[in-house]
Structures are given as C-alpha cells and as structure tokens.
Design a protein around this ligand. Structure first.
Ligand SMILES: [Zn+2]
Length: 291
C-alpha cells in the first residue's frame, strides 16, 4: 500500500514541485539525474506495489476482504503500468527511428556542404534554424539563412551545442522520459518530467558549447535563432525560452555550485533506495527465515 501511495506521489506532486523550482538551471546535470531517479522510483514503486501482493501470499497472511480488494487494485495498477511501459517504449522507439531515418535520408539528399560549417548539412531555407537529427549516425542541419545570419564564432557555438546533444545521446534520455510518461495512467501522470528534462538537456548542451566557444557567441547565436522551427523527432529548444537560456549564460557556470549538486545527487540516491529497500526487505526477511 505504501508503495502504491509513493508511486502516486512520485508521479504527480513531486514532479510538479521540482518543475516549479528555479535551482535546477544552476545544476542541470544533477537535476536531470534527480528527474531520472524520480522516474525510476515511481516505476519501482508501481512495480513493487504488485510484488508486495506476492510477498503477502508467500508470508501466508490471512488478510480481510478490504485488504484483499486493495491489494488486488495495487496488483492491477502494477500490471497496467508495466504493460503500458513495454508497449509505449516499443511503439515510440519504432516510430521515432523510422521518422529520423526518413529525415536523415532527406537531409543527405537535399543538403550541401559548406566549409564554414564542417560536418553540417546545409538546407536551403528562408528561416534561420539549426538542429540535430539524433541517432547512431546523427546529422547536424543548418539552414542557408542561418549560415548567412551567424558570424563564424556564433556558428561554431551553435554546432558545438548540437554536437553536445548528439554526443551525449540526449535523444535517448528524452525517449526514456516520454515512454515512462505514456506508461502511467493519464490521471496520475504529469508532463512536468518530460518538459523539464527537455529544458535541462538544452542547458547541458549550452554549457558544453560555452566551455568551448565562450558564452558571448552562443548567447548572440541563440538570439538570432530564437523562434526557429524544429521538426518533430529532432532536438529542439525544449521548454526553456531562448531569453531564459541567454540570461542563464550570463550567470557563472556550474563549477561554482558543487555543494548544491552534491546535495541533489544524494537526494536522487535516497529516492531510488527507499522503494527498492521497501520491496526487497520483506523478501529478504522471508528468505532468512528459511535459511
Ligand atoms: Zn539544443
């Protein structure tokens, strides 16, 4: 029962609080790990709720009818979440990969090279945009008007940002959050985790670009590309507005927030440990009785 309640809290109110907080933008990597811990703990709790019904049977307790109904509901919730997770991960993976494969073929067909943007595919387009089509063989795409609008150092900053997405496989991080979001029943899930994770990977890519090219060219490039269209399946700008990202670049980097990051990592570890121990403890107790 505790685990079902915990699963509901981890899927609803906890993400809502974290999404409203301002501090994650100061330690995006730690915040992303915390979001992953929350997601994992919500999943473990949902699965553990069903497992605990099994534990009850093993322990040979004789619960009343009310308890039996509650445990039945917990078990049904577990089966529902697990089935939906497997299904949504599968369908999402298949459709995303097909969409990106078509996108890569199109880019390879229509794109041209430019010595100012090594490794990128240039598409003729009136609006200035740049994005990354992620995958094992990712593509960096820059529009011809972005090429004209951006100075050399700004272009380098944009390319470093997109390369950071593709290097760190931010697409897989977001795919995991999307699959988990789709797995939880509509009444208990929130988009907070998904939107926040999308914003945090943008900040991480910004930080990677800032370390290589400095904050100023990246900030100027973000301003020039603000509002640029990004096709579905590509790495877009997430939930963070370009203005918020530019303001963030003006502030000092994450190296000055070491203790905050350490606290967040510790919190993430605790969030995953509690449901794991709650599930494992009754089983271990039962095992030790037989040994
Ligand atoms: Zn990005």
């Amino acid at each position: 029962m505790i685990l079902t309640a915990l699963a509901l809290v981890l899927a609803g109110p906890a993400p809502a609080w974290l999404a409203r907080s301002a501090w994650p933008s100061r330690v995006p990597r730690a915040a992303l790990v915390l979001w992953q811990a929350l997601a994992l703990a919500a999943l473990l709790s949902a699965l553990g709720a069903g497992l605990s019904v099994g534990t009850l049977a093993v322990l040979n307790e004789r619960p009343g009818t009310g308890m039996l109904i509650l445990h039945g509901l917990a078990f049904a919730f577990t089966v529902l979440v697990l089935a939906r997770l497997l299904w949504s991960a599968h369908t999402l993976g298949v459709s995303l990969r097909a969409r990106r494969r078509r996108h890569r073929q199109l880019v390879d067909l229509l794109g041209r090279d430019d010595r100012r943007a090594p490794g990128a595919h240039i598409l003729e387009a009136p609006s200035p945009f740049a994005y990354c089509v992620p995958g094992l063989q990712s593509r960096l795409v820059v529009s011809s008007s972005a090429l004209e609008a951006l100075g050399d150092d700004e272009l380098r900053a944009v390319l470093e940002h997109e390369r950071a997405h593709s290097r760190a496989r931010h697409d897989l991080v977001l795919e995991g959050f999307t699959a988990l979001h789709n797995a939880f029943p509509r009444v208990v899930r929130s988009r907070a985790a998904l939107d926040s994770a999308a914003g945090l990977v943008e900040m991480l890519a910004d930080d990677a670009a800032r370390r290589r090219t400095g904050a100023l060219p990246l900030g100027r490039a973000l301003a020039r590309l603000a509002g640029a269209p990004v096709p579905a399946g590509a790495m877009g700008s997430g939930s963070v507005t370009p203005l918020a990202r530019i303001q963030r670049l003006a502030a000092p980097g994450d190296e000055v927030h070491r203790s905050l990051a350490a606290a967040v990592y510790a919190g993430a570890a605790a969030i995953v440990t509690v449901p794991t121990l709650t599930v494992a403890a009754p089983w271990l107790a039962e095992l030790s009785a037989y040994v």
